[in-house]
Design a protein around this ligand. Sequence first.
Ligand SMILES: CC(C)(COP(=O)(O)OP(=O)(O)OC[C@H]1O[C@@H](n2cnc3c(N)ncnc32)[C@H](O)[C@@H]1OP(=O)(O)O)[C@@H](O)C(=O)NCCC(=O)NCCS
Length: 186
Amino acid sequence: MKRSGINVNIRRFKIKDMDAVLDMTKECWSGFSFDQKIESLFGRRGRAWWEIKRESIKAFLEAHPEWCFVAEINGEIVGYATYSVDRDRKVGHVLNNAVHPKWRGRGVGSALHERVLEELRNEGMDIAILVTSVHNVPARRMYESHGFKVVWEALYYAKSLKEEAGSIRAKRETKKWTETQHVSEA
Ligand SMILES: CC(C)(COP(=O)(O)OP(=O)(O)OC[C@H]1O[C@@H](n2cnc3c(N)ncnc32)[C@H](O)[C@@H]1OP(=O)(O)O)[C@@H](O)C(=O)NCCC(=O)NCCS
């Protein structure tokens, strides 16, 4: 397949591609990861966000190597797309689609996505569903230009429990102190 003047080969993932796919995790997902957001807000807690993402992709690929396509340019893996099929419900899940930042904006993500959709059709799926962040403008553009519509919106909340414990204690102490002052002044 030729896009933006580059030859992109979309093919099935093979176990020997594992390291190439996993080694792109940090660069591919930086700026688009919820765990990275949490890490930036609350500090690193144990494993880095990209190690968590890497482990989840590795676990997925070990369990379902058949549910992944990779994109190659000149024999180098530059992106990948994972999916899953629910044969009972005939629902296909479009999962992780990532292109190395160096190769973005040249149709690689779309080529992977189209291959996934083709495969979901081949598998007899009736519906394709996917989740992405409202902040992920490139992904939203890609999915919406392939006809996906927003059907549900969700919000992710987080707060520091330590801060709250501290601030509740501080409030209680202030209240106690004010009451004592009030009594002693009376
Ligand atoms: C989303 C992603 C896979 C797109 O890959 P890509 O190879 O750059 O995408 P393409 O070049 O095929 O472009 C696809 C569409 O997105 C648009 N697009 C790409 N980058 C964009 C950007 N930075 N801002 C706005 N639109 C953008 C393109 O114009 C194109 O739209 P069109 O079909 O209407 O012309 C890539 O940005 C990526 O790896 N992001 C990080 C991982 C991620 O968030 N994945 C998706 C969540 S599962």
